[in-house]
Write a protein that binds this ligand. Structure first.
Ligand code: GDD
Ligand code: MN
Length: 392
């Protein structure tokens, strides 16, 4: 059995066209290093996992971690990184944007110098952002300032997703990782106790050739979530904080709507209140579904059933809120305190109940979807792997 010196973890989501090319480039670049590859695929609808499994039948050093019902670049990387025994672990994107030809230099650096981490950087001499748009460069800088990463390491490119860590270092900090969002390198550095010994190697960031970037507004918000988790995560669940944040936004909109319906439309109070409550409940559901529970987002018919269960759960929470605060008030509690007690109770209730019902892992519909996809794009297990497929 080979014993690998380097493990390369590659997260994939719809990278069917890129992954074969990347694997071949790695083979051509890393002939002097004993390495293995772990592709962590989140059940890509384009069948990336099936392609990699097919290729792995003729490549002993290629493994797939096929995750079902899961999403997330960082958590994918972490699970891949925990699945190897190699002393050094690299992480790189599958879309050919990271330059694999600098991997040997990164490997040489971390294995010969006393370092925890070597990062591929676009911001030192000899590296570049390529054709990265202006706004993404600015966003990247803002993110760096917000993160407070300077306390742990001097990194010119903390947003990079291209690096090698020493496994012993990674395993030391692994329990503290938040696993939220896109920025695994930042998560690693911010989770370290003190200073991290880092080295950097320049590279040119390439343009994506095939497929699409998964970066969007929500990924940006997840970044803030990662930073928030680093500050408060050990005290209270960030998901709960987000749920309350959505609730607060809902309350403000509720008041505005109520005023509008009363004044402009001249509805009665009961009509206006009922109308505003209904609209805000649905709005809260949509916001929680696309942000707080992005990783378990309900789509298709599950979206509508989810909305129903959310509204039922929150209505019960609302009733309990009124009953509890009324009782507290009757017992002599000052009205602001009684009001807040009712609110807090319903926040915890709504969060707990919807976590167990609305956003419980939707196994059945996921299974149906996967079956349909498998029928459309299956690669039969017994087809021989051809030479051209190995290349692509
Ligand atoms: N398993 C898994 N699950 N993989 C994912 C997911 C996910 O939810 N989302 C994205 N990926 C994979 C993509 O398939 C790709 O291989 C890699 O993660 C990067 O995703 P892109 O969608 O190409 O993101 P990007 O180019 O905007 O950002 C990346 O490059 C930046 C520059 O180096 C990220 O890696 C950033 O962290 C990095 O800073
Ligand atoms: Mn990319």
């Amino acid at each position: 059995m080979p014993s690998y010196d380097l493990c390369i973890v590659i997260p994939t989501l719809n990278e069917r066209e890129n992954i074969g090319i990347l694997l071949e480039r790695l083979r051509n670049t890393l002939h002097d290093i004993r390495y293995e590859v772990i592709v962590v695929d989140d059940d890509s609808p384009d069948g990336t996992a099936a392609v990699v499994k097919h290729l792995s039948r003729t490549q002993d050093n290629l493994h797939v971690l096929h995750r079902i019902g899961r999403r997330g670049l960082s958590s994918a990387c972490i699970e891949g990184m925990l699945a190897t025994a190699a002393p050094y672990i690299a992480v790189m994107d599958a879309d050919l944007q990271h330059d694999e030809t600098v991997l040997p230099e990164m490997y040489r650096k971390i294995s010969s110098e006393d370092l925890d981490l070597v990062v591929g950087s676009r911001n030192i001499g000899g590296g570049s952002m390529g054709d990265f748009s202006d706004w993404r460069i600015k966003l990247s800088r803002l993110g760096r300032r917000l993160s407070g990463v300077e306390r742990h390491a001097h990194l010119t490119d903390p947003m990079s997703g291209f690096f090698i860590v020493r496994r012993s270092f990674f395993e030391r900090i692994a329990h503290r990782l938040t696993a939220i969002g896109f920025k695994i390198l930042l998560d690693v550095v911010l989770s370290a106790d003190g200073q991290v010994r880092v080295g950097e190697v320049p590279y040119h960031f390439r343009l994506r050739q095939h497929g699409q970037s998964k970066l969007d507004l929500i990924v940006g918000l997840e970044y803030l979530e990662l930073i928030l988790d680093k500050f408060i995560g050990s005290y209270v669940s960030v998901r709960f904080v987000l749920f309350c944040l959505v609730g607060t936004i809902g309350a403000v909109i509720h008041l505005l709507l109520l005023g509008l319906l009363l004044k402009v439309e001249r509805f009665t109070f009961i009509e206006s209140q009922a109308c505003a409550t209904g609209i805000v409940m649905i709005l809260n559901y949509v916001l929680n579904n696309s942000f707080t529970y992005r990783d378990r987002r309900r789509r298709g018919s599950a979206f509508w059933f989810g909305m129903l269960s959310f509204c039922i759960a929150c209505s019960l929470g609302g009733i309990a809120n009124v009953l509890i605060s009324a009782e507290a008030f009757r017992q002599g509690m000052p009205w602001p305190l009684a009001g807040i007690t009712g609110l807090l109770f319903s926040a915890v209730w709504n969060y707990g109940v919807t976590a167990m019902t609305t956003w419980r892992q939707a196994r059945r519909s996921a299974a149906l979807r996967a079956e349909r996809r498998a029928q459309a794009s299956a690669l039969p297990d017994d087809t021989p792997v051809t030479a051209t497929e190995i290349r692509h």
